[in-house]
Design a protein around this ligand. Sequence first.
Ligand code: NAP
Length: 280
Amino acid sequence: MTPRITARTRVFALIGDPVAHSSSPIIQNAAMRDLGLDGVYVALQTRLDEMIGSVRGLATSGGGGNITLPHKEKAATMVDVRSTAVKRTGACNTFWYQDGQIHGDNTDVEGFSRALEAFLGGPPGGKTVLMLGAGGAARACLVALMDGGVEEVHLLNRTRDRARVVARRIGGARARVLDDPRKADHRDYDLVVNTTRLGLDPEDPLPFDLRRLGRAGAVMDLVYLPEPTPFVKAAQELGIRADDGMEMLVQQGAVSFERWWGRIPSVEVMKSALRGTYGR
Ligand code: NAP
């Protein structure tokens, strides 16, 4: 059913460059329709120099939205009220207007945390983790892992200095940078998390050869594709339990929705909208 757009309709948008590939409009519009809310969610390809105006305009007119690559860091510096997650990660992916100020949050932190708990059947307390990548998603995941009480996280990234900055800024004494993939050889990890973008392109190599490890208890890949990702397939072929980024995608969207509407959306509705689009 086409939603009725009225003069009261709240407008939400994904702001980024590019945005055409995004699934956020599908999951957000499905969740709003499900709860009968008068809102609409669109994607707006926006250059960095236009981002501040777009965010301010949407927020002050009673809407809000998400911010994606490559604007998340800049957005973290421009919102009036920064959540703890924004302060700790230096990135903002959600904004809204409240009490005369623009608020910003990074819902990737809670989204990952919820997805991981669903996958593991509980918080990751006491676990040892190998985290591949050190970009924006890695920072959100590391905050969630630290707050979840992990014992230790080893970071492995193509650009080692980037991993060092992330480990120092967020991980503290419980994060260690491996300066070579060989440093992981024969080690046991309860969990391996891929936060690199490897797997998005069919020509990509795997982010890591899991056969190097002594043991990998479980594998979580943040990449999400219409079919199981190559890293998920590789893990499953070795008999390792593995999941892709769909749950996190939906959960971070659900947290954003809660910030905008003060209502809890149905993640099942969001997932089924996504599956319908991807034919999964
Ligand atoms: P980003 O900030 O651009 O970071 C990209 C990461 O991938 C960096 O660690 C980068 O290493 C690594 N990388 C890129 N190309 C590589 C290559 N050829 N070889 C080795 N490493 C390479 O991006 P991001 O925001 O962190 O996103 C990363 C991935 O997570 C994307 O696939 C994104 O779709 C996914 N993600 C999923 C969700 C979800 O909800 N499921 C949420 C957020 C992100 P360098 O530092 O060496 O460049």
